[in-house]
Design a protein around this ligand. Sequence first.
Ligand code: ADP
Ligand code: MG
Ligand code: MG
Length: 915
Amino acid sequence: MAKKWVYLFDQLDEARSYVGGDWEGVRGLLGGKGANLAEMTRIGLPVPPGFSVTTEACNAYLAEGMKFPGEMWEQELAALAEVEKKSGKKFGDSKNPLLVSCRSGAKFSMPGMMDTVLNIGLNEETVNGMIEATGDPRFVYDLYRRLIQMFGSVVMGVPDEPFEEVIAEFRDARGAKSDTELTADDWKGVGERFKEIFRRYCGIDFPSDPYEQLRLATEAVFKSWNGKRAIDYRNAAKIPHDLGTAVNIQTMVFGNMGQNSATGVSMTRNATTGEKKIEGDYLMNAQGEDVVAGIRATLPVEQMAETLPNAWNQFVDITRTLEQHYRNMQDVEFTVERGTLWMLQTRDGKRTAQAAVRIAADMAEEGLISREEAVMRVTPEQVDFFLHPQFNVSSRKAAIEEGRSLAAGLNVSPGAAVGVAAFDADLAESWAKKDGKKVIMVRPETKPDDVHGMLAAEGILTSRGGRTSHAALVARQFGKPAVVGVAALNIDMGQRLMKVGDKVINEGDWISIDGTTGEVFMGQLDTVVPDISDPWLMKLLLWADEFRRLDVWANADYPHDAKRARAYGARGIGLCRTEHMFFQAERLPHVQRLIMSNDPAVMRESLDALLHFQREDFAGLFRAMDGLPVIIRLIDPPLHEFLPSFENLLSELADSKVRLQHAASLKEIDDLLKKIEENERILKSVEALHEANPMLGLRGVRLGITMPELTQMQVRAIFEAACQCAKQGVDVHPEIMIPLTCHVNELKKQREALETVAKEVMAQERETIDYKFGTMIEVPRAALTADEIAEYAEFFSFGTNDLTQTTFGISRDDAEKGFLINYVQNGILPENPFVSIDDKGLAKLMQTGVELGRTTRPTLEVGICGEHGGDPKSIAICHRLGLNYVSCSPFRVPIARLAAAHAALKERGAGGHED
Ligand code: ADP
Ligand code: MG
Ligand code: MG
């Protein structure tokens, strides 16, 4: 028997058993749209009868040089005959003709990517039959011209403009403001003219044979899988290219049969905020595409409660059924034909990050999904959006006061964006990519051809379209701030400018848009990153905390960072970089004097001054982290970093010498000579400290061993601060971290010297502090000899930035501005190893470090403090390796909490599907 290429909507079970039972497989075979139409049919919802031609048929068609695979067409005709039986109409019949739509639908929804043809089956003969059957010639001639237009543009590639011009002509001739005023004769005339256009562009007559229409439309859907815009979209959305699309053939239902008919698109909850309230647009007396195309102003869907109360009540019930059934927020299409509701599509709805979080949390509380599933459904990227820029309040206020507030539209994708206006996708892309400009792409509305420009832009602004418009969908999916439907905005593509009243913005002028509020401003507003205090996010993260095994700590150098980290849920400080404290203006001179002086008295004086500063810094941290561990890393960078640059010193010196020759007074000569002397002294120190390869030079523990005074001062400061805080009732847990160890003897020697100081201070202060000594693991040798090192370390912290550098033998700064990008683009490296832990190499080294370390010291505490600690992929690796915690920037803490929970839940096989 030949392969089954065609499944009726009520043959879901057969499709399911063909793919071996799982829903993903069904979606793969029938496409998302087809699978859900079949599923809605199965659970008894009103779906117009139809069938799906499989994605396998599409792939076979494309593989076989654009030929239908054997028996596919015959099966399609047989299925059509079944549909005829169900609907009681006949395809191509002159009395009671069946009309169908031909709809594409791949496994993953690709909004607007591949086109649909409605009203297939109309020709001169069936038109008359329909007129007789409905008694409404105006309606039928409108359908017919729509078919010619859609078939022309979708199947044959005829542009829309000539069609639109004809309609405009007829409107003008009648003095009509809108299409609704056109009569049956007008539409009949329009249809005739459309056929001429068709003939002119295609060189053939519009196919009057309904079966020919169906065949060509089926082929067009298959071919559209490999259309440029579909390929672009798949590339951007990372959808594989070999899935193919299904074709859905479905009985037409008509939303344009008068005032008791309508068509609409809805989300079962608010896709922007997540609020549990149906949200959508609909049009009375209209056909499908009209809503999305933004041709007529749509009405909020809840108004159906008044205009079509019965259909509305049924619709509300159905949305509940769908949510219960799919256990997710749904995005649905429906049509009401003379009071009867029909469901035409359902799929998991796209949503903003805020909405995703709220919906997941709400659904768990409603009992629709488990808490585990709720946590799994939110992605780390979505949590990241809570940290996305918003306009600075005073900057926004100033803009309003200065009259730079331009207009407001629909807030369809949150976040603030600032850029220069670009009025087409190509320009937006080239300005952004070639010229490095920040761009806001501005269009009357967007089309699938515009996606590349939208992706390159900071944000998107359109004058037309609603919450379900193409611009809104794409923006939400890719997290671009967007404002759409700004009716006040007059875009003049000819002059390349836009106007609101008498305000004019030329292409290239700065504008600012707020996708959270829908506001549009002239000029550049300042942006800020908001605090995450969203109650649903908080709830979700608390659930995540219950599931994860990894602890999440933060890297923080100052008390205010520590406070923020703690507010975001950090349970410790994994890295405080003490040298940052040395760079501040009032401290740097002391550091410089210390480095350059040979005079013990001067050195002591400088150390004392620094001790005072450091003690305060540490006390602040301990107070902020009361009750939690604080890891303080002793000085790490090479000393020359604290001195002025060699080049600057040289040019200053040369400058002084020139000025000396032209000096006018003795005083000036004196001053200059002093300056030159000072300069030369510093220059000598800088020269002495100069290293060919500072990254691998005198730094880290090597520095501490060479110049013990500095690290001893730091440890003294830590313990004095700890004792002082403890006396005030603060619960302190300092952990002293020694950087860049590569041999156990380094650690042994340095620890001995430092612990002596610690004990001295505690004895003096009569306090016992709960402390640890440990080391960073930043060079391969340390990982490879971790068993030895663990004898002197109570904890390890992987400094994966240096460890990546020393493992790869790559200097990050040099690599990232040079060959590394190339490496990644050419696939030599799968990704930038400084962004995500290299799973093959680095992870192995880390594993060795963890395992060896714990053989000597089973209680060894192991964490990571490199930037990788905030990267979800790397967090999964840390989880796998059995680390105790990850430490990341305070802003990444919420993301890390979620990612750590994901890692734990995935290991348990718990889960939830991610769409
Ligand atoms: P898209 O993927 O672009 O949304 P669809 O195939 O869903 O394309 O269809 C486009 C529009 O046509 C939608 O509004 C849809 O509801 C409508 N439509 C599709 N098939 C039918 C049908 N059989 N009867 C009435 N309207 C239909
Ligand atoms: Mg659709
Ligand atoms: Mg380091």
